[in-house]
Design a protein around this ligand. Structure first.
Ligand SMILES: [Mn+2]
Length: 295
């Protein structure tokens, strides 16, 4: 696309320190659809976005190579594609799609960590735990990725959920079987504050043996900030809370890959939700530059 990621794009993977791809899949969303259009919308909007963060810092050390979209609804094939994508040395961003795409991205991340001798960790920022074993007759629903991650080999203690406030009854039962899986509800975030939460995560995952994957479902934000999403959930985090959380997470812990899921341009209002996702991503770039993780 013309002028995509304005002033930040490079022509070859060798020049890049950030790798982007899209997975335009939303057939596993249960309520509102339209997340399949997010990769296209985010790229389109990026051509209007100057390479500066919200306090005016220059982001041009960010060198983005865009792999384009992986178009498939077979999770084994998607996992294989993503294994290749994650092999690149740098920071990885995957645009969903509904949250089911994390089934493939987290499998590929798990495999990559095993290959390089790291312990894979998932930070799941979402209104919903997404830990259903099965939802509406499907094991690949967007309500299932955390259960699939546990099935695949992620350990309870290496998954942390943040921003949670909408549960299914079966999920409460599942939590009883996975007592080391930490759940920070939206209310906990309000009470603790983001800084304390980051300190807790640093105590858990600072050791260099860990490598972290951030799965960011835009519905972690209150629908007031992110209306364009399939399952909006009241009493959510503010945009300042989410941006503070994700930027501190990437600068203070070893996060090497993330997804941004559940943005639905067809349900959005004046692209508010897409803009929030995209602007947050640019704040993440800024944070990586300040932490000297993008050079
Ligand atoms: Mn989700």
């Amino acid at each position: 696309m013309e002028n995509e990621f304005r002033d930040l794009m490079v022509e070859t993977p060798n020049e890049a320190n950030v790798f982007v791809c899209g997975i335009p899949l939303d057939k596993n969303a249960s309520v509102g659809k339209g997340a399949r259009f997010a990769p296209k919308t985010l790229r389109e909007l990026s051509s209007d976005l100057p390479p500066l963060d919200r306090v005016g810092a220059d982001l041009r050390k960010t060198k983005i190579f865009d792999y384009g979209d992986f178009i498939d609804d077979n999770f084994d094939k998607l996992t294989w594609d993503l294994q290749g994508f994650l092999k690149n040395d740098g920071f990885h961003v995957i645009f969903g799609g509904d949250h089911s795409i994390a089934i493939a991205t987290e499998r590929a991340f798990f495999d990559k960590c095993k290959l390089i001798g790291k312990i894979p960790v998932i930070i799941h920022l979402d209104a919903h735990p997404d830990i259903c074993d099965e939802y509406l007759g499907s094991k690949f629903s967007h309500a299932c990725p955390i259960h699939r991650a546990l099935d695949y080999g992620f350990k309870d203690e290496n998954i942390t959920l943040v921003g949670i406030r909408g549960f299914e009854a079966q999920e409460i039962e599942t939590f009883k079987k996975h007592t080391k899986l930490d759940v920070f509800k939206a209310d906990d975030v309000k009470q603790l504050g983001v800084n304390t939460l980051i300190e807790i995560l640093k105590k858990k995952y600072s050791d260099e043996k860990y490598e972290l994957y951030l799965s960011y479902d835009i519905d972690a934000n209150d629908p007031a900030y992110a209306p364009g999403t399939g399952t909006p959930e009241a009493f959510g985090m503010t945009n300042f809370e989410t941006v503070e959380f994700v930027t501190k997470l990437v600068s203070e812990l070893n996060v090497t890959a993330m997804d941004l899921v559940e943005i639905s341009p067809t349900l959005d209002v004046n692209n508010i939700t897409s803009w929030l996702g995209l602007k947050t991503l640019y704040e993440i770039f800024s944070s990586l530059i300040k932490a000297n993780k993008i050079k």
